[in-house]
Write a protein that binds this ligand. Structure first.
Ligand code: DGY
Length: 418
């Protein structure tokens, strides 16, 4: 155990490029939004000041409109595609033009509450609050301009669950880019564990589309060929907003939160429409077809984490999760092992991810399903004991996949498993 703790701390130190942590060297050489939040949680067990710096560095990339990009390109690297020359966002530091599941506020709350240096925590929280509030306000203003209660996503990368089968049909409506380009991810990871070329062609089309539409949120809302309402992202946003409302009460200067409170209340009203009574989980929504997407993914359990399920739904989800763990005992599969599209090693089409296991376990505990939460913890611990700190894991064999020495896997281990 001591060895695993030392290894996890070493990974954070090795991936630290001076105030920000790369997810892993080579494959992902910049600072990613949701990785940064989870990784900060790991720094809490190494160096509290450094945990706060992770957020500060990320917010250096915050846009005028409040958006926090999914990647902040703090320095150049030839290891990654598409880099800043592709996104063409003016700004210092340069960034991408999309965001990622906004778990930052929740991570800030955990670090604020669990850190030992309370004076430091108060100063850092007070400075971060206005930035976090602007970020959440951006989601509701620009990503739900019609005030439906669900925010929109325009790229599979925005979901963080890039090649999830949930996006397959919507992605088919995105043309394949015709210009030549060179992927870099396959220099680092076996192509069987990564998205297909056909998907990349569409991912890159969207990067061009945002730029050609001047990053204008109204044009993109109207015309983006990829337009989803991602249940997991919406749940992460909901939980983050609830945590932000709480943090406002402990911040030195409290501000008016009525607009965020109204947004959270609205979301609470519409989540029930995404419940699938046969599958026993929530579904993503296809915006243009105005219907739910019938694919069972681990994201469908995320309303546990945002406290958006009824106790009855939570009990059904807890039972469903136990069944998934019978079929895939090495962590919660990202796509149900019963889906025809399930692929045990291919990124978000099957593998289990430690931070998702943790968030869902956190939700299960909230609803009193401590036994299933503990089961998720035990299986998560078993996979790092077996395979080490990989990016994701084959949910059937526990084999480590994707990048190795991965920051958020190490961070979740320090916070939850060791
Ligand atoms: C990638 O490049 O694979 C990332 O997931 C994009 O955010």
């Amino acid at each position: 155990l001591d060895n695993l703790v030392a290894q996890a701390k070493d990974i954070l130190r090795t991936n630290d490029l001076g105030g920000y942590t790369v997810p892993t060297k080579g494959l992902y050489p910049f600072q990613w939004n949701w990785d940064a939040g989870v990784t900060a949680l790991g720094w809490l067990y190494v160096d509290e000041l450094r945990a706060w710096t992770e957020f500060e560095k990320l917010f250096e990339g915050q846009w005028e409109n409040g958006m926090v990009p999914h990647i902040v390109f703090h320095q150049e690297s030839d290891d990654y595609f598409p880099g800043p020359d592709q996104w063409k966002v003016e700004g210092n530091p340069p960034s991408t033009s999309i965001s990622q599941p906004p778990l930052l506020a929740t991570m800030v709350r955990i670090i604020y509450e669990q850190s030992k240096d309370k004076e430091l925590a108060q100063t850092k929280l007070d400075a971060l609050m206005p930035k976090l509030i602007r970020y959440h306000e951006w989601w509701y203003r620009e990503r739900d301009p019609e005030n439906t209660g669900l925010v929109s996503s325009y790229h599979p990368w925005e979901s963080g669950m890039d090649n999830s089968p949930a996006w397959d049909d919507v992605l088919q409506r995105v043309p394949q880019v015709t210009r030549p380009y060179q992927r870099r991810d396959l220099n680092h990871v076996d192509s069987k564990q990564r998205p297909l070329k056909e998907q990349y062609d569409r991912y890159i089309y969207l990067v061009d589309f945002f730029r050609e539409n001047d990053f204008d949120y109204q044009k993109i809302y109207q015309n983006c060929p990829f337009h989803t309402q991602d249940i997991s992202l919406n749940a992460v946003l909901q939980r983050g907003t609830l945590d932000l409302i709480h943090l406002n009460k402990v911040a030195s200067v409290a501000v008016d939160m009525s607009s965020l409170e109204a947004s959270a209340a609205k979301a609470e009203e519409v989540f029930p429409a995404l419940w699938d009574a046969e599958r026993h989980l929530f579904l993503n929504r296809d915006h243009d077809l105005a219907k739910t997407i019938p694919v069972s993914t681990s994201g469908g359990f995320m309303p546990l984490y945002s406290y958006s399920a009824t106790p009855e739904q939570a009990a059904l989800m807890a039972a469903e999760i136990k069944e998934w763990l019978v079929l895939g005992p090495s962590g919660l599969a990202s796509t149900s092992p019963l889906e025809s599209t399930f692929d045990a090693k291919r990124y978000w089409r099957g593998p289990s991810w430690l931070h998702i296991n943790w968030m869902i376990a956190d939700g299960l505990k909230h609803y009193g399903h401590d036994d299933v939460a503990e089961q998720l913890r035990q299986v998560s611990r078993a996979i790092i004991e077996q395979s080490g700190y990989f990016e994701y894991f084959d949910p059937i064999t526990g084999e480590g996949c994707g990048g190795k020495d991965f920051s958020w896997t190490a961070a979740i281990a320090l916070h939850w498993l060791l």
